[in-house]
Design a protein around this ligand. Sequence first.
Ligand SMILES: Nc1ncnc2c1ncn2[C@@H]1O[C@H](COP(=O)(O)OP(=O)(O)OP(=O)(O)O)[C@@H](O)[C@H]1O
Length: 834
Amino acid sequence: MSNVDVHCDNGAVRIIVRERPVRDAQGFEEDSSSVISYLEGTRNVLLADGRPFTFDKVLGPNASQEQLFLDVSFLVEKVKQGYNCTALAYGQTGTGKSYSMGLNSNACDGEFVGIIPRCLREILNTSLNNALESHLRPIELNASFIEIYNEKVFDLLSDKSTDPISSRGYKYTGGTRKVLKSLEDCYSVLLQGNKNRHVRPTKMNSQSSRSHAIFTIHINTFSGNGVLSTRLNLVDLAGSEGVRRTGHQGMAMSEGVNINQGLLSIGKVLQAKALGHKVVPYRDSVLTSVLQDSLNDNSYLTLLACISPHRSDLSETLSTLRFAQSVKQLKHSPHINFIATDIKKNRLKTPKKPLMTPVPAKPPFSKNTINMGIKVLKPIYHSNTFCTPSKLKRYANADKLNRSEIGLTPKQKKKEQTGLFQSCVSDLPMVHSKLLQTNRESTIIMDKSLDSRASIMSLNVSSSTVVGNDGIASSKVISYSPVVRKCMVEIENVMDSKMSQLMETLKDINKDNIQHRSEIMATPWPSTGDSVSAGPLPLALRNELKTIIQEVLKENVKSNIKISDDANRSESILLDSSLLRNDPKCQLFATSSPVFKVPSAPNKELNSSANSFKTKQMSLKVMEIDEEAKRYKTAIRRSRRISAVRGEVVLHSSFNDLRGQGCINEALRRSSRISKIGAQTELQRANDSSMITLSSMPRKQNMSHIERRKEKDGNGRTKQASRAHNNVSRKSSLNNNIIESYFTTDPQKSSSHINEKVKKSNILKHRAAVLNLLNSGSMKELQVLPQIGQKTAYQLVTQRTLNGKFKNISQLEKLTIWRGSSWTRFAQANLLID
Ligand SMILES: Nc1ncnc2c1ncn2[C@@H]1O[C@H](COP(=O)(O)OP(=O)(O)OP(=O)(O)O)[C@@H](O)[C@H]1O
């Protein structure tokens, strides 16, 4: 058995096992034979009672302190490089931990000096050498010495070393630091700490350490603009011991328990780290919480496992060897602890972001601009302005503001206008390009005000659908703004004059071709939605056009079309000048813009008899029909309601007449809501004028319509059918009474001097009828009344069911169903209040 020099690797975690010499047989029986053996030729394998264990280095009982330090000295090198390092002495009591670490009584003398003084000496020599070589890298050495005794931290270098500085639950913030400038300082620190340490003689060791001692060498190396702050922790753990063998009692036994607890917790921490657990129980004991920085991954760790050669200590020896093997599983990856102190200096050295590129100053005028004494304005973006993203965004929005409401710049708008005119001209199939070229300048007189307005106003070109008299979409058309339409009227005028010239020319040439008119009429015209093909027209088509244009021109000459700048009057203007447009074959001018929302049927009527009416007469006629349509709509609505109540659809003759005149087209476009408002207005008007009956012509017609319908019901039905019908009509007789009450008064009387008594009695009758209807009518019947919708009817029926019939109007008014002015509107619409 010989001491084996084992080559150590440079791993972050290293395990060194040292066997102490055989103890003297004092006090208890000892077996002189050792249970530890070593394989020859190997330096890192030992056999404990025949069980092999492999470590980084195994030191036999004859290994000197110098040999041990050589295996540990690499930690000194790592500390000087800037890494945190920890040397941990672990083992059974009396196995030479304190001896190896150099914390026994004769620590500073001779060859028995342990690891701590040797490290101090090595580090101190290095710092002195560096100080001599260069003043740029001075080293600052400090030492702290604490112990953990009974789960309390004691500062061994403090004057009050007996007072704990921290205990379980309180964070350890560090002890007294002694500056180390010479070997004497180092020795004095060691002696002071050893003197204050808790030591008790035991059966196993005459100077048994009863605490875990932590000697820390703090090294601050100034490097450049920062400090390398590292520390070397040299830990002498208390020895594990069995109460039975040591024979401790009382305080000594409690010390042993705490010692074993600390060792157990450090074992748990190392095991958890070795197994890769995310949660490491550092706070299980004060020992592990103090050593947390030394046991983490950012540290070089060397474990010195001290074992006993005696068979009596075999179990403890095996336990220590197993613990050492588990620590070998740790994978540490330490890094240099550099603390930058000169922050300002570092900041200055930090590369700055390149400055934002300024927007080049754009001169407001070019260099060639002659200075006419005008004060040159400063550019908006001067050279000192940096073009930040927010500014760019703001300028982009400013550019958008210069655009028109349709998103076009003035230049783009002008371009669009030019293109529009060109397209209008090119799309006119009957206008030949040569005609426009001749005498154009003398004919076209574009108003400048129009031009300027066109540049200001938007083009507003949109497409929509033209709805025919039957309510079916007939064609898709394009609508333009009033300005564009005026311009198109100008083109019409030009075209008319050119057409007249053309007709005069063609009149003599193509007389024979007119005979083919019937064939041309059968030729299908392109639909409005299709693009009209440009190019030369067939001869037959031109002849047909000639006839149409001749007819139109006659009217145009008489109409004396004028263009007004008043955009509001563009409706009538375009109506008057739209003779070409009214022709179904000239659909280019067709439009569904609001301008052309006048009923189309009168236009048709006018078209059919265009030769017999003058333009002014046409306008008057249109206005008359339109007014009539407005007057008829109330009567139409009421007759339709009566029909709906009776469950039949009655088409009044006047209704058909209206349809023929195009008024029904207007009525169909109106929503029921507008109709209700109209009815309310109508009733309001009747109320204001103190006239119950409607004296106008449509009301008369409506009255006659109801009477005729009654006669028809009486004469045209069989007895059975009329009986069944009477059942139905009886139900809605109240409704009819209400509605007819509007018409029963003699119009002559109402128009002249109406009798107040008759008026009052009629109102009372009417109110009684309304009340009866509210008390007996169904939901559907109640909705016949103005201002009664589905919801109100439901609420009225509900109130009637819950509270009984309504006795009078005031009871009706007190219902909670009315919201806001709904009662007033309902009462006024039904003449329930004056
Ligand atoms: N390798 C060795 N060479 C010579 N003497 C040794 C060696 N190891 C230990 N000793 C001696 O054994 C005795 C006990 O050593 P030490 O106090 O260091 O044990 P320990 O492990 O620290 O015990 P404890 O844990 O109780 O403090 C000391 O007197 C010491 O001189």
